[in-house]
Design a protein around this ligand. Structure first.
Ligand SMILES: [Cu+2]
Length: 151
């Protein structure tokens, strides 16, 4: 009798734990571009005399400034990423294989990096820093992300 009772308790505990796990899992939505509310209006990247859409982005912990960019489709883009951090390394990740964009560039502390590409599809493309220290939150989770609006 006693054993039966403890078995029942154990079974209930397992069922409860399962339910809890399902609830926890279900309450974490998948990340998408819709999760990032970019500051509006976007910075319209100007076209230089050489036909390149060129903009300088300040890379800091944990931000890109500006973080919301608007560019024209089919014209080359040049992002001049200037890090102003003293120690923390960052990077710039913009990946959308269907749009032919597979960018992952390191931005070492206190240094500059230039990212060049030509967008061939219109759309909203999130970019972010995926650096992360041990068990801490990723830089993206700390707000280090932005949005490229290709029109
Ligand atoms: Cu970072």
């Amino acid at each position: 009798m006693r054993r039966q009772f403890s078995d029942q308790v154990r079974q209930s505990a397992v069922v409860l734990a399962g339910l809890l796990a399902v609830l926890l899992f279900a309450s974490v939505p998948p990340r998408s571009s819709a999760d990032f509310s970019a500051p509006s209006p976007p910075v319209v990247v100007p076209v230089d005399r050489d036909g390149v859409q060129r903009v300088t982005i300040v890379v800091d912990s944990y931000s890109y400034t500006p973080s919301h960019l608007q560019v024209d489709v089919g014209k080359p883009v040049e992002l001049i990423l200037n890090s102003v951090t003293i120690i923390t390394p960052h990077n710039f990740v913009l990946k959308d294989p269907t749009a032919g964009l597979m960018i992952e560039e390191d931005v070492p502390s206190g240094k500059g990096t230039i990212v060049r590409f030509t967008p061939t599809q219109r759309g909203l493309f999130p970019f972010y820093c995926d650096k992360k220290l041990l068990f801490f939150k990723s830089h993206r989770d700390k707000g280090m992300e932005g949005l490229l609006d290709v029109r």
